[in-house]
Structure formats: C-alpha cells, structure tokens
Design a protein around this ligand. Structure first.
Ligand SMILES: Nc1ncnc2c1ncn2[C@@H]1O[C@H](COP(=O)(O)OP(=O)(O)OP(=O)(O)O)[C@@H](O)[C@H]1O
Length: 549
C-alpha cells in the first residue's frame, strides 16, 4: 500500500492507534536508577534526541503524535502499517543519552547535553575540539536547535575562558552544498572554498577567518553568515536549509610563561535528510542536491561507525567534503575530542517513516554496552505474578490462539504435552517474544447488522465503477503488452467479466489488483476504506448471501 494511502488510513483511525499507544504505555519498564544517569564523559560520542511539537501544518492535516518520551533515556515510536493482509501496529523503543520531548525548552536541551561542561573542558585543554551536530529530516528543528546552541556557546566561549589568559576568538562559517563549498562570511558574499585533504587534515583554500571581540560580535556574524545559506521551500518547511553549515569557533588563549591553548568548537546544522520517494517528485536540480546531501550523510555515518568500532578500522574521512571538515570528530588519535549528535524528529503521523529513519541512523552511534534498551531487556525478568513461564497449558494455549495467530498452527509443537506452558517458547529472546505478542488478534466474526448492509449498499456502485475502470485499464495494458496472449490477460479478463456481469468477488478483485494495474495499491486502499477497514469479511458474507449484489 502506498505511503500516502497508509497515512490517510492512520489519520482516520486515530482511536485505534491511540488505544494501542495506551496499551503499550502500560508495559513500559522503568530503567534502574543507575541506567537513568548520563553516559560517562569519556566516550567520544553522545547521542541526543529532540522531538519538535506538532506544527500548524500537522494540525491542519488532522495529524497527531506517534511519539512518547518515557524519560530522559527512552523514547517510544508507534508505527502503524496497513497491508492487504491486514493492519499492524508496532511500537519501537529507542534510547539515547538524553531525550527531550516537545515541551522541552532549548535551555533544557542545552543543559541536558552538558554543553557547558564540554566547553569548559575544550577551553582548558590544548588541541581539544568539540563538534555539535544536528541531524534530521527537513523541518524537524535542526536550525531552531542549533541557533539556540550558538547563542549560548557564543557567551560561554568568552565566559569560561581561562582566568589570566588573553583570549582571541575567531570565526569562520563554511557552507557545503552538494559537491560545492562556499564561504558564508566572505566579501563579496559566497566565495567558493576549495577543501582538500593533506597532511592528515582538511585544508581550506578561500575560507575567511574573522576575529570576534565579544559575544555580540560573534552572534552578529553568525546570523549574517547563516542568512546567506541556500534555502528552498519544501513540503515540510517553507525555508528549508538545503546545505550543511559549519560554524567554526577557534579559541586561542595566551599567557606569558605558559604554552598557548588552542581549541575549537564546531556547530553543524546539517541539510535535512530526505527519502527517495520525496526526492523523486522534484526538479532535476533538487534531485541532485538531495542525492548529494544523502551521500554526504551516508559518508558521515560511515566515519562515525568506524570511529566507534573497536577494531581500529580505517576511517574514510576523505570521502566527502563534510567528513573532511569534521575530521577532528573522528580522529582516533585525539581521544579527548568530542562529538555531540542531536537528532531532531517530528512526532507527526505525516513524518513517521522519516522519524524512524532518523532514529535508526543515530542510535547505533552509542556505545552498545551502555544502551538503555539493552539494559532493560537484560534486567527484565518474568517473575511478576503474570509470569508467562508459570502459565498453565490451557492458559498458554488460549494466549497463543488469541494473540499470536501467525504461530498458532505451531501450538502443538510449542506446547507438546499438557504439562508444557508458554515457557516452551523460550529460548525466544524477550524482544522476539514481544514481537510475536504484538501480532494483532484475528478479527472476530459478527453477524452483519442493518447499518453495515446500508453502508455496503451505499458504496457498492463506486466499488463497481472502480473495478470496471481497473479491469478496463488492466486489459488495455495487457493487450498492448502481449496482444492478448499473455497469461496475465486471462486473469484480467476473468476479473473484468466478473465486474461487468456484476459478479465481482473478493477473489476477482484481488486478482485484478495484484500486479496487473499500476494503481492497484491505491485502488485496493479505496476499497478497504469503503469497507471501513474492518468490514471486509462481513461484506463477503453479505455478498455470498446475495444481500447486496
Ligand atoms: N522545539 C521547537 N519548538 C517550537 N517550534 C519548533 C521547534 N523545532 C522546530 N520548530 C519550528 O519548526 C519549523 C522548522 O524548524 P527548522 O527550520 O529549525 O527545521 P530544520 O530541521 O532546520 O529544517 P530544514 O532541514 O528544512 O532546514 C520552524 O518553523 C521552527 O520554528
């Protein structure tokens, strides 16, 4: 089923989805006290997640939130999907070093990310580099978040400098647009910058460096430079930044008789990631831009992964301009350098695929030993009163039949003797067990009532019309392709005959929908909707009883 059709269905069935979310909430397991703590300081990367509020365009579309923040380490994202075979609602849990719900202020985020602590360390150690990187789909709050971070970093870079040292701060802002790079502070504006890799680091040709004497001067320049970033209107954001911007603040501290302390802070507002299905509907220029963006985000991921692996893997930082510019963040030799990644996500139904993609991208950047989700699975014991391992044979069998229809045919193998309980399911891992439990129960048969019959009668003409169009289109397509001799033509002809003679059955509809007509998914969705999603079986019985045909 197409993604739009899926979303439409989810929007229209908010009650079902919200009831699933409530049920899932009842199963939340709190983290043990020590697991709620921030990760230790001495890891090279920390990952944070910020959820933006629903925006006006979400409300206008009737959207709602599928994201629940449990606490500062755990977030749950519900993902309903609709297929011909039925709907499925699953909730996935992710963890991070800090998670900020839509109610969190930018100060909450800044404090939670411990940026003040990191800046103090940067200012006290020669050669240390801090990189703060905002990642996420377009329109999720990366610029909103990095702008607030820049404001506070601008003050703290001055405020937390070493006492008795003379402080000299410089600023440069680089913009990377696909394969080209520009100086956002040059005069005249937007001069190209050549980035190359030499002597183990990025070299810039044409990037201007500006002295800043105060917090205000620094912020003015940042605002001026970032206002020149390439923006376009996208479906999610009227002023979407279509480039990566890297604000680099270098701090040089001098004191007579002491070695100089030179350190750096990079604040990176990445271009929004986009899914290929969205990219495909755009102009060739936009398509290329998005492909370049996605390529550089993929290169970034490779470098971060390589940095985290314990195998001293080769770090492919030369593979892209972005990774060259952020080399310090992956430099294994500079163990005190730190990368803070903040993933920005939207809670809206409209964006759920992208939000999941963002979480899938960033959460592996944590060191797995400290993963809170792993910890929960480890700590979970099934010793509560309702411990499934202690269920009787009957209770276990009934549970499988009710909640796990996909494996109910295996019940005899799972529960081979009357003394076996659901514990026979183990050694399924806890997540596998949960996954199975999430499979929706089969629909219950109920006699069609008068309202159902009336509803079915009301939509039936539209249903027939749709099928006729579909069959005609399918036939034409097939004729053109096979001159009426291909195997598909017989299926279409049968479906078509069924339709035109008013004998459409569920089988002929599915035959017509499956693989013959390019719009089959959408049409299938219309039919499902017309049948109110749950009414298909009832309808079939009505058809059989000739009540509506
Ligand atoms: N936490 C938040 N609270 C209130 N509004 C927010 C929040 N996060 C984002 N917004 C609003 O959402 C819109 C999009 O935010 P922003 O431009 O920062 O997104 P972005 O991720 O940088 O997008 P792009 O990648 O397209 O540039 C803006 O109108 C912004 O004000």
């Amino acid at each position: 089923m197409s993604s739009n059709a899926n979303i439409k269905y989810i929007l229209e069935h908010k009650d079902i989805v919200e009831s699933h979310i409530q049920k899932h909430k009842a199963t939340w397991q709190p983290l043990a006290g020590d697991q709620t703590q921030q990760q230790p300081e001495d890891v090279p990367i920390n990952v944070f997640i910020r959820v933006r509020p629903l925006l006006q365009h979400d409300h206008d579309a009737g959207s709602y939130s599928l994201v629940e923040v449990q606490d500062q380490r755990l977030i749950h994202v519900t993902h309903p999907t609709i297929r011909w075979a039925g709907g499925r609602i699953a909730t996935k849990t992710y963890d991070a070093d800090g998670i900020y719900p839509d109610t969190a202020s930018s100060d909450d985020v800044y404090n939670g990310m411990n940026i003040t602590r990191e800046i103090t360390q940067v200012l006290h150690e020669h050669g240390r580099e801090l990189s703060i990187l905002a990642y996420g789909q377009t329109g999720t709050g990366k610029t909103f978040t990095t702008t607030a971070i820049e404001e506070r970093v601008a003050s703290e870079a001055f405020d937390h400098a070493m006492p008795d040292y003379v402080v000299n701060i410089t600023l440069s802002i680089l913009e990377i647009r696909g394969s080209a790079s520009y100086d956002l502070l040059s005069e005249p504006a937007l001069q190209p910058v050549k980035i190359s890799a030499a002597s183990g680091k990025a070299q810039y040709q044409g990037l201007s460096v500006h002295d800043v004497a105060s917090k205000e001067a620094l912020l003015n320049l940042v605002q001026k430079g970032k206002s020149l970033r390439l923006t376009r209107s996208t479906s999610k954001n009227d002023t979407s930044s279509r480039s990566h911007s890297i604000v680099s603040i270098k701090i040089c501290q001098r004191r007579e008789g002491f070695p100089d302390l030179v350190s750096a802070i990079n604040i990176v507002d990445l271009a929004g990631s986009e899914r290929s299905s969205i990219i495909a509907n755009n102009s060739p220029e936009r398509v290329k831009e998005s492909i370049d963006t996605n390529k550089s985000l993929a290169a970034l991921k490779e470098c971060i992964r390589a940095r985290l692996s314990n195998r001293h893997s080769h770090i492919p930082w030369r593979s892209d301009k972005l990774t060259m510019a952020l080399k310090g963040a992956f430099d294994e030799k500079k163990t005190s350098n730190k990368l803070l990644v903040i993933a920005c996500i939207s809670p809206s139904v409209l964006d759920i695929e992208d939000s999941l993609n963002t979480l899938k991208y960033v959460t592996p950047f944590q060191l797995s030993a400290a993963h809170a989700v792993d910890a929960i699975i480890r700590q979970r014991d099934f010793s509560s009163v309702d411990d499934p391992r202690k269920w009787s044979y009957e209770k276990s069998k009934a549970y499988i039949a009710r909640n796990m229809p996909k494996i109910s045919s295996l019940t005899d193998r799972l529960l081979p003797t009357p003394t076996s309980g659901i514990a026979s399911l183990f050694p399924l891992t806890a997540p596998e067990f949960e996954q199975l439990c999430e499979t929706p129960a089969p629909r219950e048969a109920a006699a069609p009532d008068a309202r159902t019959v009336a509803a079915a009668r009301a939509w039936l003409p539209a249903y027939h019309k749709k099928l006729q169009d579909l069959a005609a289109k399918g036939l034409a397509l097939d004729r053109a392709r096979t001159e009426g001799k291909g195997p598909g033509s017989r299926v279409v002809a049968r479906a078509s005959a069924g339709v035109t003679q008013g004998r459409a059955t569920k089988g002929s509809v599915i035959a017509a929908l499956n693989g013959i007509d390019p719009t089959a998914n959408e049409t299938g969705f219309v039919l499902r909707l017309a049948a109110d999603g749950k009414e298909w079986d009832k309808l079939e019985r009505l058809e059989k009883a000739n009540q509506v045909m």
